[in-house]
Design a protein around this ligand. Structure first.
Ligand SMILES: Cc1cc2nc3c(=O)[nH]c(=O)nc-3n(C[C@H](O)[C@H](O)[C@H](O)COP(=O)(O)OP(=O)(O)OC[C@H]3O[C@@H](n4cnc5c(N)ncnc54)[C@H](O)[C@@H]3O)c2cc1C
Length: 414
């Protein structure tokens, strides 16, 4: 059996669903294949994100839970930022992904669940589609003018071409989704230090109705520690959390992998675009990728549909995606990666000093930093509030950040 589409999307996560919607909205005959039985299940993510992005992406407000109190904990410090408006939030993952799926279908995309993509079809070096196993274990060929690899960490198509290796540096996260009746639903925690998250961090993300995601993420191969073994002690042994998790119990257990080695060199080749985690498009600063996957998917769907209209799906045309993405996100992602490599190796004492610096920032500066919105005014503001940095190694690092901020965004900007 063989099917023919203009755009084929591998993976029904946030990148693939957004890509499918964008391509179909432009009139391309579009198919999304998802290997799982359900969109948005099982869950491999924690859902922390930013209200202004959810609004920009037209996500209905009932699908995210705003939080106004952020706590940072290090071995001997606690820093709290309070916001008077809704700045960050935790999304209902299944609700959000199914909403994106409905939008893709409403735009005209076809979506098939329980369809696992297996092999890549090529003709004279160009990607022309895939083979897939259906829900009834039938093997089919799907031909397409453009294939979008949105398969997440596995980058299922990318690794089957000369475009790349599997990711080498990555975050492994383990998480309980708790019912925690005594946990204040307006408080989000980020916890650093060797006792609870060596080479990574732990988190508590409230998501409404008494539910809280409590997790630990560790970067490999920087560390060989297993995030799973820290979960219970985070809940039990950190005094600030122990009181809040009194009477709580896990209702779900999640694990997941996140690429942490910066963006890949090329996102496109003849007939193929990599989007979302498959292209390393998430921010390595704190392992945040949902909004970036949606933006990247939208861009990939638009570029694919436009290439089809022009009758040119060669790498020369599809490379528009690389340029657009790097112009919008490249600089901030490079800086996030630079910071991540540095803080992933922090000792407990360095985390304590880091929090001493952090507590001098305004709540908005802290949010901007955490969000990875780097600007010269942010760096100057950090220096102004921490004059002692001028004489320390921190100043050299901020200078490097400024240098990167001031560099042109990308070669060949449109
Ligand atoms: C533990 C953890 C916590 C995280 N917490 C956050 C957070 O708080 N906030 C945030 O913004 N980001 C977070 N992230 C990152 C975020 O989850 C990812 O960046 C995001 O999910 C990437 O979306 P994607 O669509 O590119 O890939 P995915 O969400 O991985 O989706 C890929 C889809 O492709 C499907 N697929 C794969 N292979 C095939 C195949 N062969 N055939 C068919 N379908 C296939 C998969 O089943 C999946 O549905 C976290 C990640 C981890 C691991």
């Amino acid at each position: 059996m063989s099917d023919k589409y203009q755009v084929l999307v591998v993976g029904g996560g946030p990148a693939g669903l957004a890509a499918g919607e964008a391509a179909a909205r432009q009139g391309a005959r579009t198919l999304i294949l998802e290997r799982q039985n359900e969109i948005g299940y099982p869950i491999h993510t924690s859902g922390g994100t930013w209200v202004k992005d959810m609004q920009a992406l037209n996500i209905p407000a009932h699908l995210y839970h705003p939080v106004r109190n952020i706590f940072f904990l290090s071995p001997h410090r606690e820093v709290n930022f309070q916001y008077t408006t809704d700045v960050c939030c935790v999304v209902d993952i299944r609700g959000l992904y199914q909403h994106l799926a409905a939008r893709a279908v409403a735009a005209g995309a076809e979506l098939r669940v329980r369809h696992t993509v297996e092999q890549v079809l090529t003709e004279q070096g160009r990607i022309t589609g895939v083979t897939a196993k259906t829900h009834v274990s039938e093997r089919i060929n799907v031909q397409a003018d453009v294939t979008i690899d949105a398969s997440g960490f596995s980058r299922h198509i990318g690794v089957r071409t000369e475009m790349g290796q599997a990711f080498h540096r990555y975050g492994f996260g383990a998480e309980y989704d708790m019912y925690a009746p005594n946990y204040p639903q307006d408080e989000l925690f980020l916890i650093m230090g060797s006792a609870y998250a060596p080479n990574g961090y732990a988190w508590a993300f409230p998501r409404g109705n008494g539910r809280v995601r409590l997790g630990v993420g560790v970067i490999h191969p920087d560390s060989e520690n297993d995030a799973r073994s820290y979960l219970d002690s985070v809940m039990r042994d950190i005094p600030q959390l122990a009181t809040r998790f009194k009477g709580a119990s896990p209702l779900e257990y999640h694990t997941g992998l996140f690429p942490s080695e910066g963006v890949v060199d090329n996102f496109t080749r003849d007939g193929l675009i990599l989007a979302g985690d498959a292209g390393g498009h998430g921010s390595t600063l704190v392992g945040e990728g949902i909004r970036f996957a949606i933006y990247s998917g939208q861009m990939a769907g638009d570029v694919a549909a436009d290439a089809i209209k022009r009758g040119d799906t060669s790498v020369g045309q599809l490379r528009t995606f690389d340029r657009r993405w790097r112009t919008r996100f490249g600089r901030d992602m490079d800086i996030s990666y630079m910071i991540n490599k540095r803080i992933a190796a922090y000792t407990d004492a360095q985390w304590d000093s880091g929090l001493d610096l952090l507590k001098r920032l305004t709540p908005m500066q802290a949010a901007q930093l955490l969000r990875g919105d780097y600007s010269a005014s942010l760096v100057m503001g950090i220096l102004a509030r921490n004059p002692s940095l001028v004489a320390s190694g921190g100043k050299r690092f901020l200078d490097l950040m400024l240098e990167r901020i001031n560099k042109p965004a990308a070669a060949g900007v449109e």
